[in-house]
Design a binder for this molecule. Sequence first.
Ligand SMILES: [Zn+2]
Length: 318
Amino acid sequence: MHVVSRVKNNPEYAYPDNDIYLLPVAGMDIILEETELFYEMTTVLHRHAERVANVYNWKVLPVSTNIRHHLTDDCRLSWSEHTHISALASVANALAKGFDCVYVGSTVQVNYLRPFGTSLTLDYLWGGDINLFNIGSECFRLDKIREMSAHSELIENIRCCFMYATVNPPNCGRCHKCLWTLCTLEAVNKRHLTSAIFPPIGYDELCALVTKVKINFDWYMIPEWKVVEAALTENPEKEKLAKAIHHAVNKAKTRRFWRKIKSIPAVKSLSLKIQMLLSKTRQSWHKIKSIPALRSLSLKIQLCLSKRKRDKFMSAEH
Ligand SMILES: [Zn+2]
């Protein structure tokens, strides 16, 4: 969702009455589709935009576009790294005849800028005939939600989820973006305002989900999660959630470490050799296990192990 403002004094244009419009764009995070589910999702998105716009006496200008399909499917370009801002700017430029400026939200906090999503330093170059501004780059998501927390109409209408599966509630509550937002809402003590837009998730369940979350795009997401963890640590009642985030961040750091190690050419070739060796070992075991006598022996061993595992689990349960 983006904001356009300061309507030009252009009598030919159809939107002369209001200063500020909210611009929910269907077909960006989720590719435009001619399906019932997509139509329902878009309707819900517009409804939430309307609720916010009504409070501020703004209007909603819904947009649909198939540009993401063209860029990512037809041209095989990366949405996050190559095309995100150009697609947003295409919508902005389509409105240039009637509007002065468009504001797009920042993707990344300014200290972690890379060619990814929107960019404080480059977005204005995409403006063309309209002024295009990137807003919020000085903030982490925690700061943005803390700022929003004084306005319940904003918190109650958050839609952060990019999963193509959920309409009501509009956020799945399971993907990494939903969990990141839910933890941030916990940190500012506003999660209770979002019961209508997320599925019911208890505090302990949230901790368990966060422990398992895979933090994508770790170079900017780890700092984002760390600031949420720091904010939760200040509240002794939220210690369990802070620990869950700590665990997830450590897993992401370990993954990053191994990725770096594996990118060293010598290690990469060694890793390939190890993989080939393992694969040969697997093939050998496969051949050995195909001998009938050994296969029946292997089955017996497996049954024995599985029984031992079950006994251990049962004794742990009691
Ligand atoms: Zn989600």
